[in-house]
Design a protein around this ligand. Sequence first.
Ligand SMILES: [Zn+2]
Length: 344
Amino acid sequence: MVLRRRELMSDTNLADLIFDPALDDCVLPFAIEALDVRGRLVRLGPAIDTIVARHGFPAPVARLAGEAATLALLLGSSLKTEGRFILQTQSDGPVSLMVVDYQLPDRLRATIRFDRAAVQEAGNGAGSAVLLGTGHLAMTIDQGGGGNRYQGVVALEGDGLQAAAHTYFRQSEQIPTRLRLAGGELMGKGTGRSHWRAGGLMVQHFPESASAPRDLPPGDAPQGFEEIERDDDDRWVEAVSLVDTLEDHELTDPGIAAGTVLRRLFNEHDTAVFDPLAIREECRCSQQQVKAMLASFPPDERGDPNADGLIEVTCEFCSTTYRLDPDEVEAYAQAAASREDAGD
Ligand SMILES: [Zn+2]
């Protein structure tokens, strides 16, 4: 994917697009040269609302889903290749497991396992810190087609998703990073039905100096890690303080266009924006994929057939139920095994 760099105000087409509040379900990359900063803004409307509605999430879980989806898009959309970015949490709070699966360039799906009674007890205002508790957050990049798989893991220490993401960047990426995540419910006018929205913004410091942190490989902290953590470059300090002034509602309000958020936030500086990337909610499951998955299990672990003699499998991401003939699954398993033998 090649993004064309264009100035915020000089290109009328792009300006029309990014200053239109109707631009939704998108990632908008930007850069501010004067601050040595590159960033991305995420704005989610129908995509996150569909995920929430599909699963019937209670309000706190819906908000968390929005924040997690936003985080996955902020991080995953920086990948240059096709592939998948998977964000997963496993923890001891009311939400025990969460998976956001972002298939580049545009497909998003998510599933969350939670204890409904415990979520209710935590209260409507419960944030990600309370919902997740302690555990870990894993981020996997799967380049597909036999390419590399890279996983970064960071501890969830009871202070929520945003804090864990900051820790991840300090420990694994060594790129000074500041981000904001927000999810919110919007009451529909007259319809009585509310809609869920989410949004977020991330800035990263890429100083011009020769020892720029971006040149360091991912992995263990190298020498000089402490210096990176104490990034007190005036321009970076300014960028961080600006990002910290953002209010959650500015990230989720459908009436405030993406370009307006950036213009308000960085009004002292020229901001370059790149073409937005459109995002949609769509599952990748299929009858064929479910058959292959079942065939990989021994016959007695494929589940009991229903009254019609079919095995039922429901996709955790989109709740589609597939019904498969056990004999067909077995035939598939044997065909796969003989192909493997032939390959040896
Ligand atoms: Zn599915």
